[in-house]
Design a protein around this ligand. Structure first.
Ligand code: ARG
Length: 302
């Protein structure tokens, strides 16, 4: 496995919005100017790649596949920790065709030594990758979203695959169809989250485990900007063009925001985190968060 912070992206060559499997997707708007939309998507992808590099990541870019437009969201391809990858199983037939090309991409990463091993989920168990199973480097466990896409049982599969605790959170709305739309752990131990996305029981779990000083409540506007869907490394946060609220809140806590216009991908229901997959996550690299939280206290890589 690799130890340098490394992100997998997928080329937007075959990206479009041609079906709708979440309430943000707008194939009609895309169809009003497909060439212009595609041009903007390619430009947005390049800006994201630059922002990720500037934030300190090495970036691997895999090819997309014709007819599988949502492959640009590799956060859904697999869960990766300690060099081991568990490949996703998609709930909707529209995305199930990504499983074979992603399996080939992961085989290639294994041959190159970027990851060590790959495994599959049991039959009938849906799990949509790191979008629904997010590593918390400060607490040393996964947070798993379930309901709209991933199965509840997937949390237990991940716990046995990786030998780490997995805290399951039920998602209550189609708007937050993956956990990463409404939930983001940061290097200082803060959790940025949108409370109405969760069932009362999930909120209880979250609030039991995360003290109030480390909880950052996102507004509906923050959610609509897809800014909760952020990529964090130390004090760097790569995200969509965000709101004054989050700019102030994260700025005060010592984070440096790198905002990228990702509107062509928001049209498919995705932001910065969805478009990335961390390949180097390690359960050994526990991060020390200060009692008051904040990027300044983050000692080790997120
Ligand atoms: N159109 C894609 C879908 O509905 C967007 C996926 C965004 N990825 C994510 N991790 N939230 O599946």
């Amino acid at each position: 496995m690799i130890h340098q912070p490394t992100i997998l992206l997928v080329e937007p060559t075959h990206y479009d919005v041609s079906y709708s499997i979440n309430p943000w997707m707008d194939p009609g708007l895309w169809a009003s100017d497909p060439r212009g939309m595609h041009r903007n998507a390619v430009r947005a992808f390049e800006s994201l790649r630059s922002a990720l590099r500037a934030a300190g990541f090495a970036v691997e870019v895999a090819p997309g596949t014709l007819g599988q437009p949502d492959m640009v969201f590799p956060a859904n391809a697999a869960v990766v920790l300690d060099g081991h990858a568990v490949l996703a199983r998609f709930r909707y037939p529209e995305r199930a065709g990504e499983e074979a090309p992603f399996a080939r991409i992961f085989e290639g990463l294994r041959e190159r030594g970027l990851i060590d091993s790959v495994s599959l989920l049991p039959e009938g168990c849906y799990q949509e990758g790191a979008g629904d199973c997010i590593w918390d480097a400060v607490r040393g466990h996964f947070w798993a979203g379930f309901g709209p896409r991933s199965s509840r049982a997937a949390a237990d599969v991940m716990a046995s695959e990786f030998g780490r605790e997995v805290v399951a959170l039920e998602l209550a709305t189609e708007q937050s169809y993956h956990l990463d739309v409404c939930f983001c752990p940061l290097s200082g131990g803060e959790i940025l989250y949108y409370a109405p996305a969760f069932t009362p029981q999930a909120l209880c779990t979250l609030r039991e485990r995360v003290p109030a000083s480390l909880r950052i409540e996102a507004s509906e506007d923050d959610l609509r900007h897809f800014s909760v869907n952020a990529v964090n490394l130390h004090d760097q946060v790569v995200m969509t063009r965000t709101t004054p609220h989050l700019r102030a809140e994260l700025g005060q806590r010592g984070y440096q925001l790198r905002e990228v216009d990702l509107s062509p991908f928001m049209l498919s229901g995705g932001g910065a985190y969805c478009m990335t997959l961390r390949l180097d996550r390690s359960s050994a690299a526990r991060q020390a968060a200060g009692s008051s939280g904040g990027a300044a206290q983050a000692a080790v890589a997120a």
